[in-house]
Design a protein around this ligand. Structure first.
Ligand code: F6P
Length: 443
């Protein structure tokens, strides 16, 4: 079975030779490195270029962390968090909290500035041994830096400076940034985020791979899946056979036809954080110069009972992309009931996945009838291999799509605006004039 299939039969888009040609040009730019943001294209060949020694080193470091800690606190935000969180959630047990814990757990921090969250984290790990992975490409992002200062202090209190150096791993730039300086000074093990891989494209670097290995995910299978997709979306692959090229073409055609929102959805709640990872990938890559599809998401069928009404009958400015999983790993059947008071005996004997599938098909047709074009991405199962392919598929399509849109998909200048205001409000040294100006505005 193919690792991933794309179905555009309900998208209502006729792909013309001209569209195909433009997409081929956009795809070529990713390989020729002649397009905007060309110093951030390392991710294109990342899966096939990961050295086996690098994977072994990541696995060895993960093993060390797993041996010394019950809880591994993974600190990062945006692209330094979402990839690992997405795969860990997808591969984890939804009800792990109810089961006796046999394995170390990975928890996340530094993705917010919430005092409640941080207090609860510190309180929850009080009676557990802990270790930390701190991730920041720039090494200067406020949220993870603050969280790391707090977690580092806690680790040092418990294990001393030398013990902390055994329990903290930093993943950052090879040479620049406060985190690099700090890690060198403290003697932490470090992994490098390559210069030519931006945060949101970094899931297949140590940024995603170390936390996932620490969480017990088979990272070799993840990388193999991505590598397969790298081949399946290569420059030489025929357009119709390249799902990333087709997806990028269709979503851009829909955008040009007036659709402004793309909703990514899935009928598997375990994939919810894949949506969040995808939102950053596409939002930061395409939302600029006054352009870009707004990436939104739903988890189904839950959100049919909240957003379903709007999707069916609200503004006709959206289309949907559904990530569909062919086969669940486990079986649950609906039983027959002698009294049938709930009237559900017509479902007796069926697997829940059959009901879920009928919901999916029914919703697809209803939404298409309601003016919401539908794309379907089918993966065979929720496995490390299939997720690796899915992640790379979305990355490749994003690079192509950004070039089709005419933006630089590899920068994010807009993210700086809030930081300037926050630093001014917090009276960061060097921001004195901004502090004065913002205070005036808040009077
Ligand atoms: O890894 P860093 O440098 O801490 O950045 C985290 C995230 O912040 C951003 O730079 C946006 O501020 C994202 O692009 C990035 O993924």
């Amino acid at each position: 079975m193919k690792t991933l299939k794309l179905d555009i039969s309900k998208a209502g888009v006729e792909i013309t030779p001209r569209m195909e040609e433009r997409t081929r040009e956009a795809l070529s730019l990713l390989y020729s490195k002649q397009g905007a943001g060309n110093d951030f294209l390392g991710w294109v060949t990342l899966p096939s270029s990961i050295a086996p020694q690098e994977l072994s080193r990541i696995e060895a470091e993960a093993k060390k962390l797993r041996e010394c800690a019950d809880v591994i606190i993974c600190i990062g935000i945006g692209g330094s968090y979402l990839g690992a969180k997405a795969v860990a959630e997808a591969m984890g047990d939804s009800f792990a909290a109810l089961r006796p814990r046999k394995e170390p757990v990975v928890v996340f921090a530094g993705q917010n500035l919430s005092e409640e969250y941080t207090y609860e984290l510190l309180d929850a790990v009080k009676d557990h041994s802990i270790a930390a992975i701190v991730i920041s490409k720039s090494g200067t992002t406020t949220e993870p830096a603050v969280a790391f200062r707090i977690v580092k202090a806690e680790i040092e209190r418990r294990y001393g400076k030398a013990g902390a150096a055994e329990r903290i791993v930093a993943i950052t730039d090879r040479a620049r940034g406060a985190l690099k300086t700090l890690a060198d000074n403290e003697g932490y093990a470090t992994f490098v985020i390559p210069d030519d891989v931006g945060g949101r494209f970094s899931v297949l670097t140590p940024v995603g791979l170390l936390p996932l290995a620490a969480a017990g995910v088979d990272i070799e299978a993840l990388v193999r899946g991505a590598e397969e997709m790298e081949r399946a979306t290569g420059e030489q692959v025929a357009f119709a056979e390249n799902p990333a090229a087709v997806y990028a073409t269709v979503r851009n055609a829909l955008y040009e036809a007036g659709k402004k929102i793309e909703i990514l959805g899935s009928y598997e709640p375990k994939l919810q954080y894949i949506n969040e990872w995808w939102k950053q990938l596409y939002g930061e890559s395409e939302g600029k110069d006054g352009k870009g599809l707004f990436p939104a998401s739903v988890t189904l069928t839950a959100d049919l009972h909240s957003m379903g009404q709007y999707i069916q009958e609200g503004e006709r400015t959206m289309f949907e992309t559904i990530v569909s999983v062919t086969a669940p790993k486990h079986e649950v059947r609906i039983e027959s009931d002698a009294e049938n008071l709930d009237g559900l005996n017509y479902l007796a004997g069926k697997r829940l996945s059959e009901v879920n599938r009928m919901a999916e098909l029914g919703v697809q047709l209803a939404h298409v009838d309601g003016g919401v074009p539908n794309l379907r991405i089918e993966i065979p199962e929720i496995s490390a291999h299939a997720l690796g392919a899915l992640l790379y598929f979305f990355e490749k399509a994003c690079g192509i799509s950004g070039y089709l849109l005419g933006v630089n998909p590899f920068n994010q200048p807009g993210v700086e605006a809030y930081k300037k205001n926050m630093f001014a409000l917090l009276e960061k040294p060097g921001y004195e004039a901004e502090t004065k100006a913002i205070r005036e505005r808040l009077k």
